[in-house]
Design a protein around this ligand. Structure first.
Ligand code: PLP
Length: 478
């Protein structure tokens, strides 16, 4: 493809993207295909001769779209929002075009420096204290990672290394494997599965502590378990608390957990993958009380802040804990400004990295802080509108307080009724919802996800749920 053709098809693609997003509510939100559907639509081998790109464009609707679940449809209410916006898409286009691999400052200074500035902007927007920022006086700063899962794993490995080094210095006879076998990390039974998995990947025990009746982890539970584990010769070293859990958007009690971690020399990581974007609105920041005790803090702008996957931001108070943990410095990566500026390869697991800060910069400039706040508050308002419809119906109950843009609800009575309701919704196909279970309570989650969701869309979603409920009631309630 030459530049002339690129201009032609580039324009066509931009039109296609704009039409897709503008008219997405007209598409069925859930795909209707069976496994292996694609094999019947495209050849087994790559074409021997070049094809005209207009043929490729035609295949997007014929081949790809039937196998797509439309995550940006206003009727997609599963998981949490997958962020996107036009400026973010433009940022990815430019990032792909420049195509630099920003492992060091010297590899493309703009790539590192824009990341430092935009993570500082974002940190200030959500009210992080100065010690987490590059512009602060200490060794703090933000870095863009791929996902919250990779981030929690990275932090766990860094603190594992720190602990092993410290204990070996105190007891030179101890070998590394013995120390690692005694390390214990803690999280709540409501934490995202990636936290448990990071324990498996890091070969350390990760204890899932019981949450309270609001699905929140309390300090007392953590303290008791740390004391028990210490009395058995184990070594508590890591806590991952959640601000906004996956199942029900519950908030662990950071104000209590923080001081316990500090007393016990435990690295406290906060997973605020979803709800962290909500802290752009000051009315939600009381959940961050105790932030000064936190070592590392993550939010996913690729969830609820208008940024296309993948862009997760990690802030750390003392970046030397990452940089020194895994420092490998071959000659071909060195440059004359080393030490004066971050080389982000030391702050992450892979070596290579994309110029992700561009899409963050484009989005933040296009929306401004006020635009992002408006978007967050609009979604929260829509969640409350849905909550009211559910409550007014009388057959449902709300499972947890609606704080952000997630409503957890169920049919009154046995779990089986809500399970059947979800089956009806899935069979109906007009909405996409997923369930959760906490403390043996089965419930449905309705997350407001799409940027352009309206009150009318929410009323439509509720009408679908109501008609599915009518069917369940007719069938299962005598
Ligand atoms: N943490 C929480 C609270 C989440 O809700 C999720 C995903 O929904 C994750 C972590 C995982 O995010 P990622 O896909 O960025 O790893």
């Amino acid at each position: 493809m030459d530049a002339r053709e690129f201009r032609k098809f580039g324009r066509e693609m931009v039109d296609y993207i704009a039409d897709y997003l503008e008219n997405i509510r007209e598409r069925p939100v859930v795909h209707r295909v069976k496994p292996g559907y694609l094999k019947t639509l495209i050849p087994d081998e790559a074409p021997q001769k070049p094809e005209d790109f207009s043929e490729v464009m035609k295949d997007i609707e014929r081949v790809i779209m039937p196998g797509i679940t439309h995550w940006h449809s206003p009727y997609f209410h599963g998981y949490y929002a997958a962020g996107n916006s036009f400026p973010s898409i433009l940022g990815d286009m430019l990032s792909d075009t420049i195509g630099c691999i920003g492992f060091s400052w010297a590899a493309s200074p703009a790539c590192t420096e824009l990341e430092m500035i935009t993570t500082d902007w974002l940190g200030k927007m959500i009210g992080l204290p100065e010690q987490f920022l590059h512009c602060g006086k200490g060794k703090g700063g933000g870095v863009i990672q791929t996902t919250a899962s990779e981030t929690v794993f990275l932090c766990l490995l860094a603190t594992r290394t720190k602990m092993v080094t410290k204990l070996k210095a105190e007891n030179p006879d101890l070998d590394e494997m013995t120390i690692i076998s005694k390390l214990v990390g803690y999280t709540s039974d409501q934490a995202n599965s990636s936290v448990h998995r990071s324990g498996l990947l890091g070969a350390v025990t990760m204890v899932k502590l019981p949450s309270d009746e609001n699905f929140s982890l309390q300090g007392k539970t953590l303290r008791q378990r740390i004391e028990k584990d210490r009395s058995e010769g184990k070594i508590p070293f890591f806590v991952c608390a959640s601000l906004g859990t996956t199942g029900s958007c519950a908030f662990d009690n950071l104000e209590e957990i923080g001081p316990i971690c500090q007393e016990n020399d435990i690295w406290l990581h906060i997973d605020a993958a979803y709800a962290g974007s909500g802290f752009v609105c000051p009315e939600f920041r009381h959940y961050m009380k105790g932030i000064e005790y936190v070592q590392t803090f993550t939010i996913n702008p690729h969830k609820w802040m208008l940024i296309a996957f993948d862009l997760s931001v990690l802030w750390i108070q003392d970046s030397s804990l990452l940089v020194d943990a895994f420092n490998v410095d071959p000659i071909y990566l060195r440059h004359e400004n080393e030490g004066n500026v971050p080389d982000y390869r030391h702050w992450q697991i892979p070596l290579g990295r994309r110029f992700r800060a561009l899409k963050l910069w484009f989005m933040l400039r296009s929306y401004g802080v006020e635009g992002v706040q408006k978007y967050i508050r609009h979604h929260c308002q829509l969640a409350h509108e849905f909550e009211k419809l559910v409550v007014d119906d009388g057959r449902f109950e709300i499972v947890t307080e609606v704080v952000m843009a997630l409503v957890c609800f169920r049919l009154k009575g046995d779990n089986i009724l809500s399970e059947k309701l979800l089956e009806e919704i899935v069979a109906d196909g007009r909405l996409y919802l997923i369930p959760a279970i906490a403390r043996d309570i089965y419930f449905l989650r309705l997350a407001v996800c799409a940027e352009r969701t309206t009150s009318e869309d929410i009323r439509y979603s509720f009408a679908v749920i109501k008609s599915c409920t009518d069917r369940v009631m007719r069938r299962y309630i005598p």
